[in-house]
Design a protein around this ligand. Sequence first.
Ligand code: 4AZ
Length: 249
Amino acid sequence: IVGGSFTRVESHPWVAAIYLKGTFLCGGSLISPGWVLTAAHCFVGGDRIKRQHLSVFLGKTAINETDAKREQNFTVEKLINHEAYNESSYNNDIALLKIRNVNGGYAAKTPSVRTVCLPPLHTHLPAGFTCSIAGFGKQTFNSWEYSQLLKQAEVNLLSKAECKREAPYKDYVSENMFCAASPDWTTDACKGDSGGPLVCETSGRFFLFGVVSWGDGCASVNKPGVYTQVTNYNRWIAEKTGLTQYTKG
Ligand code: 4AZ
């Protein structure tokens, strides 16, 4: 995250930290005790990643520290990349991880670990609406390393027209994506935040509206962050996970 502030995982208890062979890879969001929603581009492209090499941590505030009292760790029982994920356009940049702990169990609700709601079908938030992002991604585009501590920031939703003003957004932002940025362009998701949450609070609850996906650099003027539009995938998520909460219609 560029800009924003350091935070504790208790303020974003659905944040998942996904590791590949012990190295931080991507963020994610806990949508049910057994399922983490993340981005397909974390696992596809370059060498295709095997689920056996992944681990998932919940309740983590610091990327390179173990906090045995608060964190819960999991292996990945199933890695489901969206079938229509397109490596060149990033369309359908969404994936699911089925997690399990050493005892075969799922996530337990604690002050540092809880699920985030999926938005009801066809929920639409207006441009300008303020939402928040969280992650361990880079603090500047040129940084060598990810943030050691979890960060969060506020970003505003942009209209499609505002988002598609410049290349490459003009050609690449699909109906499965939306854009968000801060009014002064100083705050954004960045490399390492991918897969992590954009949540918006409506009627007193936090809903997962976006998955950090891509952008042209980080926090540059007229170069917003692009997010996978979770409301387009209610049916896909229900089909893959068997979660039926929000699949009316
Ligand atoms: C990345 O490389 C990345 N500014 C993620 C988010 C953004 C840019 C790059 C958004 O994973």
